[in-house]
Design a protein around this ligand. Structure first.
Ligand code: GLN
Length: 191
């Protein structure tokens, strides 16, 4: 199993560190050709407008969208969740638009944008550490979307088939449980 990490912008190295710790082979994705070489991809946190622009400029957006629609496992964290969303409630822009969620960017406002907590996560049998940085949350979900975690009533983790999205940064903690959850999706898809 080999995992790609989109490395155009943002916190991609932190994801690589977690995969290294888990002894999972990974590579940094900067071209569309590299997508063919991996079993799943992580879309890191950063700045979704910049990342969306780079995905378009490097011609990765369309091939990645097609692959995801065909079942390629994807894990979006923070900005990555924004890239996956079918709709943004406070912006006209849609990037990959593959996941049946409506997401609010910078949903906690600028002042309260960054905080840390521990919450339940469906499918993980302990509380998960969650770091939020100018984070989005999910405002609406389609029926096909499973809600995995909420923080103060706001949806912060969702799963739809081959797609996993969280509004926090699991890569900025020493807690690898959400990455393991994603790796299970990749393993099952490979079988
Ligand atoms: N606010 C950023 C955005 O809109 C997301 C922040 C993050 O990824 N930490 O893309």
């Amino acid at each position: 199993m080999k995992i790609g990490i989109l490395a155009l912008q943002g916190a991609f190295l932190e994801h690589k560190n977690i995969l290294d710790f888990l002894k999972i082979e990974s590579c940094l994705i900067k071209t569309k050709e590299q997508l063919e070489d991996v079993d799943g991809i992580i879309l890191p946190g950063g700045e979704s407008t910049a990342m969306g622009k780079l995905l378009r400029d490097f011609n990765i957006l369309e091939p990645l969208r097609e692959k995801i629609k065909n079942g390629f496992p994807v894990f979006g964290t923070c900005s990555g969740m924004i890239l996956l969303a079918e709709k943004l409630s406070n912006s006209e822009v849609v990037h990959l638009g593959v996941m049946g969620i409506e997401v609010k960017r910078n949903a906690y406002g600028r002042q309260l944008g960054s905080f840390e907590t521990e919450e339940n996560f469906k499918g993980i049998d302990k509380k998960v550490k969650m770091v939020f940085i100018r984070a989005p949350y999910v405002e609406k979900t389609k029926e096909s979307v499973e809600i995995l975690s909420t923080v103060n009533g706001n949806i912060t983790a969702v799963r739809e088939k081959n797609m996993l999205a969280v509004s926090f940064h699991p890569e900025l903690t020493n807690d690898a449980s959400v990455h393991k959850y994603f790796l299970d999706i990749v393993k099952k898809n490979k079988k």
